[in-house]
Design a protein around this ligand. Structure first.
Ligand code: KIV
Length: 254
């Protein structure tokens, strides 16, 4: 999938699928699958490093994981998250982060929000680096939200998210992640913009869906309730380890 395909998919009412990946081995599986695009999300702070939020991720960590993913993904778009505060310390620092992610192998970057860093988004777009927006429950704003709560439930905050989506489209973003907002709002936003919306916990009416790899495969014990588990990865892997342990102790391996 190329950047232009995002518009084409929406125009042709074809849904977009996206999954996160953080390392070579799992990115290779994603690359060999039918999934459309791969996100090196800052959710790695939680599912890979066991932190309580995404705030821990740094540009260096994101670049290292982007490099591992890009080594495996040959036929799909690799999008990398700009981590916490990396786009809030002025344009030079933001562009330094973009440079590191792109040189590590990202073909596009994703960043959260718009208020206070619209100029940075425009600068990245004008530098010919495709930008994916991210609105709603933006995990880097967890301190303000006070928890992982649905956003846009009242009229004012719903209006704000709609307005922000239109501004991101105007800035030149090629797609927007809508996280944990009411499905009616996600539907309204999706119909109000020409660029595709990619939902997570935002109902069925967005132009695409994204899930965290470890949630999708049932490997992360603290998965959000909206995330459908397509595998009992935790149980299957644990059973395999127990089988290995049993074989060793019974003398059946090697
Ligand atoms: O970091 C991440 O994995 C994300 C997705 C949940 C959209 O931003």
């Amino acid at each position: 999938m190329k950047i232009a395909d995002f518009y084409n998919y929406k125009k042709g009412s074809q849904k977009i699928s996206m999954v996160t990946a953080y390392d070579y081995t799992t990115a290779k599986i994603a690359d060999d699958s039918n999934i459309d695009c791969v996100l090196v999300g800052d959710s790695l702070s939680m599912v890979i490093y066991g932190k309580r939020s995404t705030l821990w991720a740094s540009t260096m960590v994101m670049a290292m994981h982007t490099s591992a993913v890009a080594a495996a993904v040959k036929g799909k778009l690799v999008i990398a998250d700009m981590p916490f505060l990396s786009f809030r310390k002025g344009p030079t620092q933001a562009m330094n982060c973009v440079e590191k992610l792109v040189k590590a192998g990202a073909q596009a970057i994703k960043l959260e929000g718009i208020d206070g860093h619209k100029d940075v988004i425009e600068r990245i777009v004008k530098s010919d680096i495709p930008v994916m927006g991210h609105l709603g429950l933006t995990p880097q704003s967890i301190r303000r939200f006070g928890g992982y709560k649905i956003q846009g439930k009242d009229k004012n905050s719903a209006q704000k998210i709609l307005k922000q989506t239109k501004s991101l489209e105007h800035c030149g973003c090629f797609a927007i992640v809508l996280e944990c907002i009411p499905q009616d709002l996600a539907k309204k936003i999706t119909h109000s913009v020409k660029i595709p919306t990619i939902g997570i916990g935002a109902g069925p009416h967005t132009d695409g869906q994204v899930l965290v790899f470890h949630d999708l495969l049932g490997m992360y014990p603290q998965s959000p309730s909206f995330a459908k588990k397509y595998l009992d990865g935790y149980g299957l892997i644990k059973n395999a380890l127990d089988d290995f342990d049993r074989d060793i102790k019974r003398g059946n391996y090697p």
